[in-house]
Design a protein around this ligand. Sequence first.
Ligand code: 13P
Length: 287
Amino acid sequence: MLVSAKEMLTKAKAGKYAVGQFNINNLEWTKAILQTAQELQSPVILGVSEGAGKYMCGYKTIVGMVEGMLEELNITVPVALHLDHGSFEGAKACINAGFSSIMFDGSHYPIEENIAKTTELVNACNVLGLSLEAEVGSIGGEEDGVVGAGECADPDECKAVADLGVTMLAAGIGNIHGKYPDNWAGLSFETLDAIQAKTGDMPLVLHGGTGIPADMIKKAISLGVAKINVNTECQLAFQEATRKYIEEGKDLEGKGFDPRKLLAPGAEAIKATVKEKMELFGSVGKA
Ligand code: 13P
């Protein structure tokens, strides 16, 4: 059964480790992540972007697929199915479709509007027992080839949003999605420290987990980060393994590739990446 992310993140914050959110794009990715979490006895959060939601035939299809896998694969560790960077409309659609956790990214709205919309979703999620992630201070990343610097959130705005009763808070601390540029200044621990001082027990979320050095990840966890999102690193691992398989020419003697065999090395590569992250984040054995 899918669970809200609240309990796993409360435990993670108190125990000074982080739960990984790994984004899913298809059946193979989902299966690889769930099997790794079960093997390592780690709680896990499956992230679904709105784009991935469309690709996988909509949110209801995803809920059906994940719930089916939990049963058929005998998954007993806590699993949350989470909308990643949801719009207000997307958040409502996922609540209706049966997701157990929602992110509403209102960071591009003026703070008053972000607060108003987040408040409405806090109420909806509370009624159904779902967890809700809010965002303050937008997280940079590559868009049309231009890498935007990660913003640093205002700790007072973070407190205002945390006080609305959200489950977890994503706050920009210089992190960005995708690969970090060579001249990246690193995470702003000063900002993170100030945010934690104002938000207390609130589990903080670190987006853009790909490519952050291990020592920075550990320091971020020590300063209150309890959820870390990883996507690009799984994509890169999948790409490399798939390319290698194709280059080795393992097609069926001119009859094309067997799709199950074609996707298998990529799935194995994702398992290895997820394992490495769970070990780094300290969530192994915490189910
Ligand atoms: P990366 O793609 O940089 O790992 O970031 C993932 C993420 O933060 C999803 O919300």
